[in-house]
Design a protein around this ligand. Sequence first.
Ligand SMILES: [Cu+2]
Length: 579
Amino acid sequence: MTTGSLLAADLVIAVLAAAGWLGGGAASAGRRRPLALGLVALALFATLARAITITALARAGWWFAAEKVLVAAPLSLAAVAVAGPRLLRASGDIRSVAVPLLFAGYAGSAGLLVTVLHGYPASAGVGLLAVAGVVAATAVTWRILDARPSPTVSRAALAVAAAALVTGTGLAVTPNAAPAVPHDHGYRDTQTVGEPTRRFTLTAGTATVSVSGRDVAAWAFNGQVPGPELTATVGDVLEVTLRNRDIARGVTLHWHGYDVPNSQDGVPGVTQAAVLPGQEFVYRFRADQVGTYWYHTHAVSDIGVRKGLYGVLVVRPAPVTGVDVTVAVHTLSGLALPAPRTEPVEAGTPVRLRLINTDSTTHRYALAGTPFRVAAMDGSDLRGPTPLVDTAVLIPAGGRYDLVFTVPATPVALYVDGRAVYSTGPVSAATGAWPVLDPLGYGVAAPVPWSRFDKEFTLVLDRGLDLRGLLPRYAHTVNGAADPDIPSQVVRLDDIVKFTIVNRSQVVHPWHLHGHHVLVLTRNGRPATGSPLWLDSFDVRPGDVWEVAFRADNPGMWANHCHNLAHADAGMTLHLMYS
Ligand SMILES: [Cu+2]
């Protein structure tokens, strides 16, 4: 079982336990003895099962198992200790155990609320608020059921609730000092005047495009989705003029995976202002990295990219041999792009398939009919990639894999999530049961170039209630805070920086640092054993712990965010800045 499925199971069991205690309490208050006993048995069973899931999570290296033990275990034990003996002794009136059972239910529910709404990091303030809530609810229940607590007990409960409420509120609302974020637009100009230049103009505008014979309202560059494919030969200077015709919320161009100078990175509010209707912005940088990349708007990026403001950027070495195909996968208004295409290719021809995931979620790619190698990931060539047969690859949101193969005498087909998108002839293959490549063990290893780290940062990815803005929101958080309240990570030029990224939530977070490629060191405590992986987009699954590192060699203010763009917009964005 993966840590993600263990987490999901643990959540379901915790809900069952809380529901069992609450239901058992309500049934005994109504003197429905068999129902009460049945629900309590369910609650006890679920509580025992939780001991198993929490132990399994701890064994799987989940960082937060201790917290579950500290919060859930005492509450469960208290519930069993208070309610159990009374239940066994209550041969006469089962109503007498209603309050202890409901106390157990309130305690379990409070634990769930803290987990789901508050998230990381657990704090004394929130813990005390939860205790106040549980005690107050129990006291009220006691009165309603007219079980006549003694005045001493009533007063004690009131005092505990009040003290916990006051202290907890005080602790919970004390704002963390969010540092001022100076948006220093340090400009490292590229010395490019008078050099061979590839010029493009991209005009953003609303458009109606045809997908699988249906007209779809889109936002498009030059009226097409994806936008024009920008190509260059390594060493060229790229000059791209961005114009906005009628996208009211503004557009920019971000060069995903291309480590451009900071001023060209296209993040509104950080490296430039969004380009509004009628305005233009000229991007200029040297194409000094070979490989497969893409560009997209970074203004209201979730909506903008989803509606079609993206395209492919390919920088090729000179000269190019063989067939070179780009496959940019996207979901536009629920319809899958690209449209399937079949192109006969002469046997013996070398082919490079450039696979790009421009969606916000992972896609599964399977190449049938030929052995192939994964020559590059995220634009960086792999070391010693070996041939693969009948093996699928998972590409994270924003990620790119280059697959290379030599065309055999029989047809070859590429499937994305089971749908054929590219083929050299008629093929029908069932690829759903194929094993999935683990990139951390693929290719030939090389020593990590650094033995020490100048700066280390831990990023705990989670969900939580964010009350700092005008309206409360259920945010995607980093270290318990949401954009713009996540402290910036400050580094100096040439620092060797290590990130430890921990996913405490129930969903995948494809992590993406701008301006740098990171070297994968470990995942879940296991070192990467294959080719060095220099990635700009990688899936941190529920329960995962990734350690990655990079040299801080590109000064500026860089976005560092989840590339599930809905998550990024809901708070999961912070910044890396150079001091
Ligand atoms: Cu995310």
